[in-house]
Design a protein around this ligand. Sequence first.
Ligand code: ATP
Length: 893
Amino acid sequence: MKDPHWHEMETDEVCRTLECSVNGLTTEQAQARLAHYGANQLPDSAPSSVLKRFFRQFHNILIYVLLASSVITAMLQHWADSLVILAVVLVNAIVGFLQEGKAEQAMQSIRQMLSPRAAVLRDGKRVSLPAGQLVPGDLVLLEAGDRVPADMRLSKAHGLQIQEAVLTGESVPVDKQSAPNPAEAELGDRTAMAFSGTLVTSGQGRGLVVATGTDTQIGRISLMLKEVEPLTTPLVEQMGIFARWLTLLILLIGGLLLLFGHFVMHYPFEELFMTIVGLSVAAIPEGLPAVLTITLAIGVQRMARRNAIVRHLPAIETLGSVSVICTDKTGTLTRNEMQVSTLILAEQTLQVEGQGYHPGGEILDVQHPDRDPPEDLLQEAGLVALLCNDAALHEKAGQWTVEGDPMEGALLSFAAKTGLVPERVRQRWPRTDTIPFDAQHRYMATLHHDHQGHARILLKGAPENVLNLCSRMMTIQGPVNIDKGYWQDRVNQLASGGQRVLALAMKQVPDGQTQLNMSDIDGSLTLIGLLGLIDPPRREAVQAVRECLDAGIRVKMITGDHAGTALAVGRQVGLHNAGQVMTGAELEKLDDVALAMRVNEVDIFARTSPAHKLRLVMALQSQQMTVAMTGDGVNDAPALKRADAGIAMGRKGSEAAKEASDLVLADDNFVSIVAAIREGRTVYDNIKKVISWTLPTSGGEAATIILALLLGMALPVTAIQILWINLITAVTLGIALAFEPTEANSMQRPPRSRQAPLIDGALAWHILLVTLLFLAGVFSIFSYALDKGYSLELARTLALNTLVVMEIFHLFFIRNLYGTSFTWQAIRGTPVIWLMTLTVTAAQFAITYLPPLQKLFGTRPVPLYDGLIVVGIGVALFAVVELEKQLRLRLVP
Ligand code: ATP
């Protein structure tokens, strides 16, 4: 069937064609259509095929070296060695393959948590649904910051602008309206349509869904098939490069040793070559890249469990180094469960009672209980609260919840308390036009007509802005000239108690006026009164702010709210400097240099707009701070992009903000930011632990062989034994570190500098020290055994076991880089650590005592007493490195 040209049809014709009504669909209709049309989704990009993923594991210079070695050993007819090398390669590939699959799955499910939602009218009620459930005929509400969820024919548009770059390449937003377009209009000129995947940059609108999923314009060109982001971060990439250079270095050293051994020491070539192969395998950290990737994937999963959804992997690293958090107030530090508690009129202050959003409760004059609240004025206030409002209240089993802005929900509940019956009032005063709220002018206005030829503008907004628009105020006797001083005092009084203050105003206009423009709101409005809304701080936020301060992280509140309210809330949650506030107006007077000087002192910024947020991020960054910034609106996107870690609100945040962010908070809660930072620090620590364990282990093994070669003595471990150690330990012990939990004192350390190198002086020293200790351990047991007259095979078996035992003890040491290892917690370890340790121990017993393995690896059974010495060497290594750490921690706190 040829597509109908929706853009040239009138909306009622669209309704007829789609068999829907202006009130949207019923749930039954929608379900039937969903079954018929399918979900509103585009097919995912094909997941990389299993086989391809498996073979990708071999595409790695380290693996090439190993494969080449295996071919050469086979040519030399050292079948056992050749097989063991192949086994090393295979086991590594399988582990890498399985872990990568798990990591990909984890990322996939996390991506699904971010699937967008849409506000829809179903059964005549506004509900929020996953965008995938939309069907043709649905009536969808759009507002600034939304990503358009399906192709729609617009039925209403107020200042609606949509950026259609994904479709047309044009980055300037297009004005949208609801009148039909000419038949021949191109996509970019169809102003009566909103297309799936485009972004609403301002205004409001509603439209009928005409196409979903692959039937949409974007679905047809399949532009949305996003590339899967590789599972890596700059640090891990750096390590990958480091590992490659290390491989080259080791090959070079191997080559030189081969020449030296052959021409200077006159070793037989074949044996020498095998030894060099063993050396290379030992020294090349082939398991490292895989283990680092796993560490990242585990970090991402842990963050998701704490309601922080990572969108860009590099953010995990950045989060660990955050030194200042710039946070919103409403919903992040406070609960965003608003309730109107005070109504201030020209002559009376009234208390509004009730519970949550339940639309019942009394309005009383507590100071003068004998005075009745003035009914007329109450209803005027109620009228603005009810009609200048886009939210809806729903009741389910006695529980009232809001659909839309919680503050507007509170206003609906308040309106019901003034005695108005919402349905009746809405029918009597239908809305003709709207100026939607935006953070710039800070008010919302609506135009209404009744059926008797009256028209009025209703307006609500921030008191500073609304007062400037009013010339009169309502009193019991009727409107009189406004007394601004009185109202300003009242605003300050409400704000200093931490209440959010909203002013309500109205204006009668001629019946003929059907459009509402900014110019109609010209300073001739009549103020009705002020509403004070309470929004209690989250109790857990107080604790989280304290945790940040302990961790050397400053917390700054950046809010669009009144300075007084911001100060009161700042005090309640325990901000560091809760005595000072800078307003957006003050901030604007400072140039960038002056702002950079002041930004450290002030922790509370009030009446700010999104542009101020961007300037604050830059000012903080110029002070070498690593900035995490939260945001929710479409205009917050530049600040979120510029911040080192941009954090969007999952619930109240717009799609635009989410897309500009690195991290999305599923619960909008400040506590989740702090949890994410803690996890970020843990991931960094674990990456460091993996490296701190792997490099000295490789170093120790390699040094053992090199030293023996240079000294011209018998090798303490043979090539094939070294291969065995790599086979079992590289893929077991190292991985355990990826699962390490957060160290106890992780949030008592100051943030790490972003410039700090991963392998710093302390780590380099650790690598050297442990390498030397490994050497000492292996050579001690080896010469002890030879002195005792043991066979060379038994001496080697002892050396081999000593190496592995030292690796295990070193692993237990590494678990606590920053604290003592002598706590019950540290000794108890984690299930993964013990599982890996037991596996390796069992493998060691097998190679030492099982005859077939003894034959293959040239080992001999170890007497009990000597076995104890081997374990003793491990204990000694542990004691030395632990003491050294304690000394170092005390020297450099
Ligand atoms: P916070 O940091 O507390 O989340 P914000 O930066 O989100 O604040 P805005 O939503 O920009 O603050 O609101 C700024 C002011 O605008 C509010 O203090 C309130 O007075 C007014 N305001 C907010 N929402 C509306 C609305 N829907 N209609 C009218 N006025 C509003």
